[in-house]
Ligand binder design. Structure first.
Ligand SMILES: [Zn+2]
Length: 418
């Protein structure tokens, strides 16, 4: 693959009808993105002399998208049987082959950067795949990865197998503050970019009278604070899977950087998130996908999740919580839905199209610590470009039919050769 790569010192120009400036929300008449050495050099109104031109006609150019919550190493996880199969039966190499396919799909969908939150029992395969992309061995999005993720004894699949045997788990299981610190050190030493921690799980037993749910915490405050302080002291951010306020409050108190899923967030917790600048990745498409199955498998409370989540998202938007676009793809099969199908869910709860586009570009880039590097076409950014047939601001479903994707100056999807 390396031999076919183009000369990165040449000047390259990508021209559409307009460039969508996601920061201002406006279409710019400066419709030529000039690229050198994998980065945006400038955005111009004309093609510079000597530049090789990729002319995309009437298409609107915008930055490549960011999915802040993916699982390349899962191919469906709606219930216990899928988790069991992938953890206990499927060979790791087979799962990694699926992951390579998932990375291709992410690029084809226009996602040039992803934060992959947990390898679900395949150790540090995500680290290896991230590095293989960076080396040009395989094609894929730029990846920030979390390695095995962390949870406590008895809180994560697979469970309830013979107690006298040892079985694999979808996370690194640790208990006690010292073990938590050690696990964070270990994960960082093996190459994790993020620490992912499950602060509570499930949907609880019943819908409370106030319209929210509660489920028990996975950690003591001491354990969670050990995880976060250890990660932060090494410059590593922490993503907290939290499904209701108990896990969420403990995660906020410990100082995590993002809340994942957050099915049930009361107004007070939403205000605290906004105050502390903690991001939410709502993953509504994945929730919608698993609800029916989990209601049958784990109890009818799952039927209430759609309404609780809609309430929660309104609380978060009212409070001004920053929404980082995240789909939890892999929880649903990569081959079944395009990640951009998360967007109509966000529209339905009241986000504007441009805010949704920002959540999948500039806002997610801030969360990832990559502001200015990805999610923008400003000079110095990685030349990650998608071409949309029409204005995505008036119809987000246009993003589901893109056919041109560039990552770091390389054309990775196109109907024709350039
Ligand atoms: Zn997830």
């Amino acid at each position: 693959m390396n031999d076919e790569r183009r000369d990165t010192t040449e000047l390259l120009a990508v021209r559409g009808s307009h460039v969508l400036d996601v920061e201002s929300g406006e279409l710019s008449d400066r419709n030529v993105v000039v690229i050198r050495d994998s980065q945006v050099l400038s955005v111009e109104a004309t093609v510079p002399a000597g530049a090789r031109l990729i002319d995309l006609g009437d298409s609107i150019l915008m930055p490549g998208l960011i999915d802040a919550h993916t699982h390349i190493l899962l191919h469906g996880n709606k219930g216990a049987e899928e988790a069991r199969y992938q953890l206990m039966e499927e060979y790791p190499a087979h799962r990694i082959a699926h992951a390579v396919q998932a990375m291709r799909i992410a690029l084809d969908n226009g996602f040039t950067t992803i934060r992959d939150l947990g390898s679900e029992g395949v150790g540090y395969a995500d680290v290896a795949l991230r590095d293989a992309v960076a080396e040009g061995v395989i094609e894929g999005p730029r990846m920030l990865v979390a390695g095995p993720a962390l949870s406590s004894t008895g809180t994560y699949p697979v469970q309830r197998y013979r107690p006298d045997w040892t079985f694999p788990a979808g996370v690194q299981v640790v208990d006690g503050a010292d073990a938590c610190r050690r696990a964070v050190r270990e994960q960082i030493s093996y190459g994790a970019d993020w620490i992912k921690v499950y602060t509570n799980s499930g949907a609880g037993r019943q819908l409370n009278a106030d319209g929210y749910i509660d489920s028990p915490p996975n950690w003591t405050a001491e354990e969670l604070s050990a995880i976060v302080s250890e990660a932060h002291s090494r410059g590593t951010k922490v993503a907290a899977h939290a499904t209701s306020d108990i896990g969420l409050d403990m995660a906020l108190a410990a100082g995590v950087d993002s809340i994942e899923h957050g099915y049930s967030i009361r107004p007070a917790a939403a205000r605290l998130m906004a105050e502390r600048g903690v991001y939410l990745s709502p993953t509504m498409l994945a929730a919608d996908y698993v609800i029916e199955h989990r209601a049958r498998e784990r109890g009818p409370i799952w039927q209430a999740i759609r309404d609780v989540q809609a309430r929660t998202l309104r609380n978060c938007l009212d409070a001004g919580v920053k929404i980082a676009f995240g789909t939890d793809v892999g929880g649903f099969p990569w081959t079944e839905f395009n990640q951009v199908e998360e967007m109509p869910f966000l529209e339905r709860i009241g986000m504007s199209a441009i805010d949704i586009l920002r959540s999948a570009t500039t806002v997610a880039a801030e969360l990832l610590g990559l502001a200015g590097e990805v999610g923008t076409l400003k000079p110095g950014a990685s030349a990650d470009i998608i071409a949309v047939n029409g204005d995505p601001r008036s119809n987000l479903t246009r993003l589901a039919s893109i056919d041109f994707v560039m990552r770091a100056g390389q054309v990775v999807r196109s109907p024709r050769a350039y």
